[in-house]
Design a protein around this ligand. Sequence first.
Ligand SMILES: [Zn+2]
Length: 344
Amino acid sequence: MSGEEEAASAQEQRDLASAAEAGIHRLAIPTPFMVGRVNAYLIEDSPLTLIDSGPNSGKALDELEQALAAHGHSVEDLELLVVSHQHMDHFGLASILARRSGAEVAAIDRLAPFLAAYGRETDLDDRFAEDLMLRHGIPPEIVTALRAVSAGFRAWGSAVEVTRPLADGSELQLRDRTLRVLHRPGHSPSDTVFVEERRGIMLAADHLIAHISSNPLLARPLGAGEDYAGPRPQALVTYIDSLEKTRAMDLALVLPGHGRPITDHASLIDERFRLHARRAEKINRLIASQPRTAHEIAQELWGNVAVTQAYLTLSEVLGHVDLLLRDGQVVEHEEDGVVHFEAV
Ligand SMILES: [Zn+2]
């Protein structure tokens, strides 16, 4: 470890210790995904609460059980499971945990139908993604290959019934604390953060992550049924709006869904804003030099990664193009069902 890494790791231990003093323990659960471990948070309060759970796998369950045991608890002790958003690395184990413990399951109200019909909803998500990829210039054979990848990941999630739907802005009352429930969409349509206002602690899931810029993934709007034909969701525009709300808050500690705690949320968010502005400007220059599809822009920026991670990079490009469209710097025109962007 370099001196800098050692200092960072010491800081992380101090921040985790101060969360633990508030009765909040990070349990880092393994996932099969590129992102690495996912953070679940055990809140030792009444009810005994777990924020997120990890993916639906034997390995994740095994490690979760060990982590709970290290704090003197078992799965059967859990009384409230909270789901932060619709990604399977965060909620996949919830149905097994709920069945074994009899715990209540809480999530933002608009996410409940998605979690209850997880299989059908992800089918619809995949179809939405396929249409979007074809429309933005990704070759059909890549789209087909990605469909197989997505189907292979399906089992890491599992349908779960939400027994306690939460309204945006409402309070989740535990014996020793109150958590404010805030909808902060952008990374996904259902991102929800939980804020203990008295201590200035935010449980942020993937809304804000220290070591990676949280990708605003293009997703079908919640509640959109089959053959969604509405406007393309503006994930990055939505995300920036959510980040501005969080930036304005007085927070001592942000506990994210991956990686280390964050104690400097405002400067981290400013850094993200600068990154988005720089990337939009870069994409603007590419479009100014010649009209391009979003996939062509992604290839210019990331080469082969635009193929292996086609949907992720497409989301990234379209998010920034949305900023340029909003500011009137580019326009889109459609040719044989494929969208090209050009300078105004
Ligand atoms: Zn996520």
